[in-house]
Design a binder for this molecule. Structure first.
Ligand SMILES: *[C@@H]1O[C@H](CO)[C@@H](O)[C@H](O)[C@H]1NC(C)=O
Ligand SMILES: *[C@@H]1O[C@H](CO)[C@@H](O)[C@H](O)[C@H]1NC(C)=O
Ligand SMILES: *[C@@H]1O[C@H](CO)[C@@H](O)[C@H](O)[C@H]1NC(C)=O
Ligand SMILES: *[C@@H]1O[C@H](CO)[C@@H](O)[C@H](O)[C@H]1NC(C)=O
Length: 478
C-alpha cells in the first residue's frame, strides 16, 4: 500500500516538476504534512536502532512523502501524516540495518498511530550487546498497536514484559527465535483480540499459564521449541477458532486434553518431542478438520486401534513414530483417502501389514521401521516402485517381502525376502515336500494379484504363515 502510494506520489511530483519547469521555469516541492513532534519521534526512534551516524532529517526530509524510508509506512489522519508501520531489520536491500550497540528510545512510544512494529535480525549479539524489551510505556501504544513482532534476534534477552498485557488491540504477537527467558506472563491472557500468538524458539520455562479462556479468536498458536513443562492448561480447549496448534519440542507432560475435541477447525496439531503420556486421547477422533497430526517422540503409549481413524477424513500427515504404540495397524487407516505421509516407526506394533494401505491414492511416504510387524508384505511391485526409499520397513525381524512379485530394483531396504525363510527350512523334511508347489503357487498368486479367489488366498496366507513361522510352528498352533 505504502509503496504504491509512494510511487504514485513520486510520479505526481515528477509530473508536477516537469510541468512547473516547463510553464514557469521554477521548482516547487509538495511535502506531506507531518506534525513536527511525530517527525522528530520517527527520526529519533530509528536513530536509536541504526546508530547516531544516521541523520534522518538530512536523508529523509519528507519521510511520509517523496523521501520514503524503507520499512516505514504512513497514513493520513485529519490532514496530517503519521507513521503506522515501522519495520527495523534487513528485509530488503535498502532496509534500515541495526547498529551493534542500539537502544529503544522513549520516542518510539510517541508515535501516535503506530499499528505495526517489527524487528527482524536486529539484536544480534547476545554476548557483547544483549538488550531487553523495555517494560514501560507500552500503554501509550495500547489504542493503536495491532501487530508486534521480534523475529530472529539472538541478542534479545530477558523476559516478556508483563506490561504487554495492556496492548488490548493486539491481533498478532510474534516473539520468534530470540533469546527470551522466564515464564509466559499470565496477563498475555488479556489480549483477547489476538489471532496469532507465536512464542516459538526462545528459552521460555515453567508451565503454560491457564489464560486462554477469552481467546476465542486465536487462529495460530505456536509455543514450540522452548523449555515449557508441566501439564497442559484446560483453557487450551477454548481456542475454538484455532487452525494451528504447535507445542512441539518442549518438556510438556501428562495427558493430552480431552478438551482438544472442541478444536473443530484445527488443521495442524503438532505435539512432537515432549513427554506426553496416557495414550491416544479419544477426543482426537472428533477433530474432523485435522490435516496434520504429529505426535512423534512422546512416551504416549496405548493401542493404535483406540481411535476411529476413519473419522479424520482430512488427514494428510499422520506422524505417530516413537510413541510406544501397541496393537495391529487397523485397516481403518486405509480409509484416510487424503493421507500422504504415514509414520509409524519405532513403536511396538505387531501383526500383519494391511495390504489395503496400498490403495491410499495420495500416499507417498510410509515408515514402519522398528516395530514387531510380522508376515509377508502384500504390496504390488508398482507400489514399491512408486514409494522407493519412502517405504521404510527395516528392523521388523519377522517381516518379509514376497520374492515373486518384486523386481530387484524395488526391493525394500532392510527387509528380507520370504524366500530365504523357505530356504532355511529346506532341510526340514516337511517343507521339502511342499517346496516346489510353494514356488509355483507364489508365482501364480503374484500374477493374479490381491483380489484373487478368496478361498485360495486364505489357504495361501495360512500356508505361508506356517512356513514363515517355521520354528515357531508350535506357538502358532496354540
Ligand atoms: C542532521 O543534519 C542537519 C542538516 O544537515 C543538521 O542540522 C543536524 O544537526 C543533523 N542532525 C544530527 C542528529 O546529526
Ligand atoms: C470454523 O470454520 C468455519 C468455516 O471456515 C467458520 O464458518 C466457523 O466460524 C469456524 N468456527 C469457529 C469456532 O471459528
Ligand atoms: C516394546 O515393548 C517392550 C516390552 O513390552 C519394551 O521393552 C520396549 O521398550 C517397547 N518398545 C518400544 C519402542 O516401545
Ligand atoms: C518383539 O516381540 C518380542 C516377543 O514377541 C519381544 O520380546 C521384543 O521385545 C519385541 N521387540 C520390540 C522391538 O519391541
Amino acid at each position: 500500500m505504502k509503496s504504491i502510494r509512494a510511487i504514485s506520489h513520486v510520479i505526481f511530483v515528477v509530473f508536477f516538476l516537469s510541468l512547473g519547469a516547463w510553464c514557469y521555469g521554477q521548482v516547487e516541492f509538495d511535502v506531506a504534512p507531518m506534525e513536527k513532534a511525530e517527525q522528530q519521534a520517527l527520526y529519533s526512534t530509528i536513530q536509536g536502532f541504526v546508530g547516531n551516524s544516521w541523520n534522518g532529517s538530512d536523508l529523509y526530509p519528507d519521510p511520509c512523502g517523496w523521501t520514503p524510508i524503507q520499512g516505514v509506512s504512513c497514513d493520513l489522519f485529519n490532514g496530517f501524516w503519521y507513521v503506522t508501520v515501522l519495520n527495523i531489520g534487513p528485509v530488503h536491500d535498502n532496509s534500515l540495518i541495526c547498529a551493534q550497540n542500539l537502544e529503544f528510545r522513549p520516542q518510539l512510544f510517541e508515535l501516535k498511530h503506530l499499528k505495526s512494529l517489527s524487528f527482524f535480525n536486529c539484536f544480534q549479539s547476545q554476548k557483547s550487546f544483549p538488550i531487553t524489551i523495555p517494560t514501560g510505556n507500552w500503554e501509550k501504544l495500547a489504542d493503536t498497536l495491532e501487530s508486534l513482532e521480534f523475529r530472529s534476534n539472538p541478542g534479545l534477552i530477558g523476559n516478556i514484559p508483563s506490561s504487554f498485557g495492556v496492548l488490548k488491540n493486539l491481533k498478532s504477537l510474534v516473539l520468534l527465535e530470540n533469546s527470551l527467558t522466564g515464564e509466559i506472563p499470565p496477563n498475555i491472557g488479556n489480549l483477547i483480540k489476538l489471532k496469532r500468538l507465536v512464542l516459538a524458539e526462545n528459552y521460555f520455562t515453567g508451565r503454560i499459564p491457564d489464560i486462554f479462556g477469552g481467546m476465542s479468536e486465536l487462529l495460530i498458536f505456536d509455543l514450540s521449541r522452548n523449555f515449557l513443562s508441566g501439564n497442559l492448561p484446560l483453557t487450551l480447549g477454548s481456542l475454538t477458532s484455532a487452525l494451528k496448534l504447535d507445542l512441539s519440542h518442549n518438556l510438556l507432560q501428562g495427558n493430552v486434553l480431552n478438551e482438544f475435541g472442541n478444536l473443530k477447525n484445527l488443521t495442524l496439531m503438532d505435539l512432537r518431542n515432549n513427554r506426553f503420556s496416557g495414550g491416544l486421547t479419544l477426543s482426537f477422533q472428533e477433530m474432523y478438520s485435522l490435516e496434520e497430526m504429529v505426535l512423534s517422540n512422546n512416551p504416549l503409549g496405548g493401542d493404535i486401534r483406540t481411535l476411529k481413524w476413519e473419522n479424520l477424513q482430512n488427514l494428510a500427515i499422520l506422524e505417530l513414530s516413537n510413541i510406544g504404540l501397541i496393537g495391529e495397524i487397523p485397516e481403518s487407516i486405509s480409509k484416510l483417502k487424503r493421507l500422504r505421509f504415514l509414520g509409524l516407526s519405532d513403536n511396538n506394533l505387531t501383526g500383519n501389514l494391511p495390504p489395503k494401505l496400498e490403495t491410499l491414492p495420495c500416499l507417498n511416504a510410509l515408515y514402519l521401521s522398528g516395530n514387531n510387524l510380522t508376515g509377508e508384505i502384500k504390496f504390488s511391485n508398482e507400489f514399491y516402485g512408486k514409494m522407493g526409499r519412502r517405504f521404510g520397513a527395516w528392523n521388523n525381524p519377522n517381516l518379509c517381502y514376497q520374492v515373486g512379485v518384486m523386481s530387484t530394483s524395488n526391493v525394500p531396504y532392510g527387509v528380507k525376502p520370504c524366500q530365504e525363510e523357505v530356504n532355511l527350512l529346506e532341510s526340514s523334511k516337511k517343507t521339502e515336500v511342499l517346496h516346489g508347489d510353494v514356488n509355483q503357487e507364489s508365482n501364480s498368486i503374484a500374477s493374479i494379484g490381491f483380489s484373487s479367489d478368496a478361498t485360495n488366498g486364505f489357504w495361501w496366507t495360512f500356508l505361508t504363515k506356517v512356513l514363515l513361522m517355521g520354528l515357531f510352528i508350535d506357538y502358532y498352533i496354540i
